[in-house]
Design a protein around this ligand. Structure first.
Ligand code: F6P
Length: 359
């Protein structure tokens, strides 16, 4: 058996741990050849082919290392590939040809929903056998209960909240921290819980600035002159709840992001200094926390098990504590938003955090 492995989409702490686990299981225990493909599917194109054989010695130090040694990109869908002249072409058949030329029996594709969709299309349209491994710090894939990288990102965001807490308290300021999450608020919610945020603003619950301001005033009235607000990058005020995605994006861009928009809407309502911090890609880098190393290792080993069992067209996932496979056709269908009636939102409210929707 000869299998290719690649990483696609934005990176996440734990990608190297998956590569390590897959390579160890596949080469040492199962006796296969594993070939690493660089920069997602792009490393298969003839003009920039970059593939190299991976063995256990290449895995030294990978468990704890952030990023991905294979490189990645979240640009360049092979079915809609940008050419130098600005036009776009379908180059997927070239990838299938490359897989055949390299004598690969199939590909293990580690990536988010975009990568999994491409992998599944490659299998359907061109017969390339694929197994998917889900990845995203956003934790927004419906098909898996959790993705590695998420808890590491939450740890970084929580650490930032702790630090902001200190300086906010010293200066009696309102501190806003913008965190990632694309169109969902999982990172904001978990970091908000772990970091004791006073307000948690997420895309799933459009906020009313007046309600957030009330919370800040209430705290001041009881002698807590500072407040901490965590803002998911997709969070918008209630006034924009029905705006189409383009108008929302424009409003966010105009304000310099979700924290900027929240700051602008709170300024006229709050008699305190407000500062906004955008955490950005710091959340994606660094060593994965132990829980993510464990999950990534489980995903890598089960990916090899799926290949061994001939279960091509499946994606590894965690469901009810067990790592198994789910058909890729189902896996790429839905994004999982924060459950706004769920336990975590209730718990956050119970300890006094506002989502800006209730007084
Ligand atoms: O999906 C992961 C993620 O980090 C999102 O949280 C964020 O919106 C996006 O990727 C950022 O992408 P880029 O690396 O292209 O700026």
């Amino acid at each position: 058996m000869r299998v290719g492995i690649l990483t696609g989409g934005g990176d996440a702490p734990g990608l190297n741990a998956v590569i390590r686990a897959f390579v160890k299981r596949a080469t040492v225990q199962l006796g296969w050849e594993v070939w690493g493909i660089e920069d997602s599917f792009n490393g298969l194109f003839a003009e920039r082919r970059r593939v190299w054989r991976l063995g256990p010695l290449d895995c030294r130090g990978l468990l704890a290392r952030g990023g991905t040694v294979l490189g990645t990109t979240n640009r360049g869908d092979p079915f809609d590939y940008p050419s130098a002249h600005g036009s776009r072409t379908d180059r997927a058949a070239e990838l299938a040809q490359a897989v055949r030329e390299l004598g690969l029996d199939g590909l293990v594709c580690i990536g988010g929903d975009g990568t999994q969709r491409i992998a599944w299309r490659l299998m359907q349209a061109h017969g390339v056998p694929v197994v998917g491994v889900p990845k995203t710090i956003d934790n927004d894939l419906e098909a898996t209960d959790s993705t590695f990288g998420f808890q590491s990102a939450v740890a970084v965001a929580t650490d930032a909240l702790d630090r902001l807490h200190d300086t906010a308290e010293s200066h009696d300021r309102v501190m806003l921290l913008e965190v990632m999450g694309r169109d969902t608020g999982h990172i904001a919610l978990e970091a908000g819980l772990a970091g004791g945020a006073d307000a948690i603003l997420i895309p799933e619950i459009p906020y009313r600035p007046g309600r957030v301001a009330s919370k800040i005033h209430l705290r001041r009235a009881i002698g807590r002159a500072f407040s901490i607000v965590v803002v998911a990058e997709g969070a918008v005020p209630h006034a924009l709840r029905e705006a189409d995605p383009a108008a929302r994006k424009q409003a966010l861009d105009d304000a310099g992001g979700a924290a900027g928009l929240a700051m602008a809407s709170l300024r006229p309502l709050v008699d305190a200094e407000i500062r906004a911090v955008v955490l950005g890609h710091v959340q994606r880098g660094g060593s994965p926390i132990p829980a993510d190393r464990v999950l990534a290792t489980r995903f890598g080993v089960v990916a090899a098990d799926l290949v061994q069992a001939g279960r091509w067209g499946q994606m590894v996932r965690l469901r009810h504590g067990v790592v198994d496979g789910v058909p890729l056709a189902e896996a790429t269908r839905r994004v999982r938003p924060v459950d706004i009636d769920g336990e975590k939102v209730k718990v956050a409210r119970a300890v006094g955090a506002t989502f800006g929707d209730m007084a």
